[in-house]
Design a protein around this ligand. Structure first.
Ligand SMILES: [Zn+2]
Length: 95
């Protein structure tokens, strides 16, 4: 898939709304550090609240059937309200 330019523009808008810092050297205040081959944003993890931005992006994606298809894996990971169990990740120490 290849994200259409108009959706990319929207994605940029969304990430900028969720910036946590005013100035960022990593992304030069763009909110993203580059583009993927699919023309989606590589969001800057230094200054963007990625969870919040993702939530808003999902809401936007839901409005467009084509986008829902393209981004179906975004929705598969949504936690189920019922019987959701926290996964306990065990850290196998490397230190
Ligand atoms: Zn940044």
């Amino acid at each position: 898939m290849y994200l259409e330019e108009k959706h990319l523009e929207k994605a940029k808008e969304i990430v900028l709304k969720h910036r946590k810092k005013r100035s960022c050297k990593k992304c030069y205040d763009r909110g993203y550090v580059g583009l993927t081959l699919e023309n989606t944003l590589v969001v800057c993890d230094k200054c963007i609240d990625i969870d919040q931005a993702m939530d808003e992006w999902k809401e936007y994606v839901k409005l467009d059937e084509k986008l829902v298809e393209d981004f179906h894996d975004l929705f598969e990971e949504e936690p189920q309200e019922e019987g959701a169990e926290e996964e306990n990740k065990e850290h196998e120490g490397e230190e």
